[in-house]
Design a protein around this ligand. Sequence first.
Ligand SMILES: [Zn+2]
Length: 118
Amino acid sequence: MPERRLRSELHRQGLRFRVDHPINASGLRVRPDVVFTARRVAVFVDGCFWHGCPQHGSFPKANADYWVPKLLRNAERDREIDARLHRAGWQVVRVWEHEDPTAAVERILDVIASAGVN
Ligand SMILES: [Zn+2]
């Protein structure tokens, strides 16, 4: 699911959010795909290959010396970003690119609801 489909589904639900909005994650500058600034909710749409989706992620057999550490680093970096965002008071929603946009929006709405009102 490209980011665009998620964003249009969020729009359809009447949600307002920022796109391409950098935030400071405990000293690290990150740029989530969708940001709800007031609720402090950051949403990332993760590519199945690049971020190691449990259903579709795989290590290419060719050039394994290159790909295995690279993909492991990506996953490690994702966890690091999540931890830093949490420390900075953000909630993080990670959506796989294979996920149905409607289901993804439901998850995001749950997190927003739990983030309180402002
Ligand atoms: Zn996947």
